[in-house]
Design a protein around this ligand. Structure first.
Ligand SMILES: [Zn+2]
Length: 215
């Protein structure tokens, strides 16, 4: 029964991105620590923008289990060429896990974004967002390979329709990427250094379907 070990809601902020967290059943303590660190780092990055991150348990706020568990232990996403032969990612495992957790979650009017922590064999991606699947956009974060505490917030950004090009000072010129932007595509060495959002990105975050306003 995984506990977050952090407050579910830091009540200081009117605007709260709402998330539901799930982890593969084969997880070990260090995996749970990574989930916790990802939540803490996301809150630190969002705080200067007056945005919180609220963790909604699968079964609702009366559920004692902060982090839901799914049994799918295969890779959530893998490296795969796309239809044009370009480097890409495919995520049948994430779909399997998403279907599984769909049976666990209580329905609410503004559904939180779903974040799945599990295995991956990808050597390119630390996380992956599944769009156009029939579900609201949701994301998968790798527990294998190199980890970054900022990956979860980056993928949550994708779920709010933030794009990599928005990390560029000139959005038509990829060479102007600000490596400190959360949506920047960076190497492992720079991944944890990302800590800010552009005005365009903030506008999309504030309008996300999973943004909630607390009094
Ligand atoms: Zn990305």
């Amino acid at each position: 029964m995984p506990q977050l070990g952090l407050p579910r809601i830091v009540g200081t902020y009117t605007n709260q991105l709402t998330v539901r967290l799930f982890i593969a059943s084969g997880n070990v303590n260090s995996d749970l620590q990574f989930v916790k660190a990802s939540v803490s780092r996301a809150r630190e990055i969002l705080a200067p923008y007056n945005i919180g991150l609220a963790v909604i348990p699968a079964g609702g706020m009366s559920d004692k289990e902060d982090i839901g568990v799914f049994s799918h232990n295969g890779p959530l996403f893998v490296d795969a060429a796309d239809a044009y032969g370009r480097d890409g990612t495919s995520a049948p495992g994430a779909m399997t896990a998403r279907t599984e957790v769909g049976r666990l979650i209580s329905q609410v009017p503004r559904p939180p974004v779903i974040v799945l922590f599990g295995n991956s064999t990808s050597t390119r991606a630390r996380g992956y967002t599944v769009e156009n699947s029939g579900y609201d956009s949701f994301c998968a974060i790798s527990l294998a390979g190199s980890q970054s505490k900022v990956t979860m917030l980056h993928e949550i950004g994708h779920c709010a329709n933030l794009q990599h090009y928005m990390a560029c000072r000139d959005i038509t010129d990829r060479t102007t990427q600000d490596d400190r932007d959360v949506m920047a595509e960076v190497t492992d060495a720079k991944a944890d250094l990302r800590d800010k959002f552009s005005g365009m990105e903030l506008g999309l975050l504030r309008g996300a379907s999973f943004m909630s306003q607390l009094d």
